[in-house]
Design a protein. Structure first.
Length: 165
C-alpha cells in the first residue's frame, strides 16, 4: 500500500520541479533526474524534504508537461476573467497545473483528495489567500472534468450565504 506522506511528497516535489522548469527553462528529463537524485527525501540547506513516491512524481511531472496545453486551458477557464494563467505567480501556476493534471488525467485519484492535497501543497508556500484560490480553481476544474463525482456538494461560494450578514 502506498504511503500517503510519500504521495504528498511526490506532489510537492512535482510542483517544485515544475516551478524550476518554468523559471530556469529546464527540460522535464533534467528536472526529474535532479529531483530524484538530489532533492526528494534529503536534507537541503537544513530543511528536510519529504520522501516521495517516485512513480507518482514522474507521472505528475511528465504528464503535466505533455498535457500542458489541455491543462492550461482548464486552469485559464477556471480563473477569473481578465486574469490568465500567465499572470499568476510561478509557484502558484505550478500548483494549479499539477492539480489540474491530476483532476483531468488521473481518474484513480478521487477529486476531493486531489484538491485537498494541492491545497496542502499551497500551504507549504503561502498563507491563507493562495490556498483558498487553489481550492476554488481546482474545485471548478473538478466540476468540469468529473461532474458526477462532484455533484453531491454544491460549489463553495465566497461571501455570505443568503440569510447571513
Amino acid at each position: 500500500m502506498t504511503n500517503p506522506s510519500e504521495r504528498r511528497g511526490a506532489r510537492l516535489a512535482a510542483v517544485q520541479a515544475l516551478y524550476q522548469m518554468d523559471v530556469a527553462g529546464k527540460g522535464v528529463i533534467d528536472a526529474m533526474a535532479e529531483f530524484e537524485a538530489f532533492w526528494m527525501g534529503r536534507e537541503v540547506d537544513g530543511i528536510d524534504l519529504p520522501a516521495a513516491e517516485s512513480a507518482l512524481f514522474r507521472d505528475i511531472l511528465s504528464g503535466t508537461v505533455s498535457k500542458q496545453i489541455d491543462v492550461d486551458r482548464l486552469v485559464d477557464g477556471a480563473l477569473s476573467s481578465g486574469w490568465p494563467l500567465a499572470r499568476v505567480e510561478a509557484v502558484l501556476r505550478a500548483i494549479l497545473r499539477a492539480g489540474a493534471y491530476e483532476l483531468a488525467f488521473r481518474k484513480d485519484v478521487p477529486p476531493r483528495v486531489a484538491i485537498s492535497e494541492y491545497v496542502e501543497v499551497a500551504h507549504s508556500f503561502y498563507g491563507e489567500e493562495e490556498p483558498g484560490l487553489v481550492n476554488a480553481v481546482l474545485d471548478a476544474i473538478a466540476r468540469e472534468v468529473r461532474p458526477g463525482q462532484m455533484a453531491d456538494r454544491p460549489a463553495r461560494r465566497s461571501g455570505p450565504r443568503p440569510g447571513q450578514d
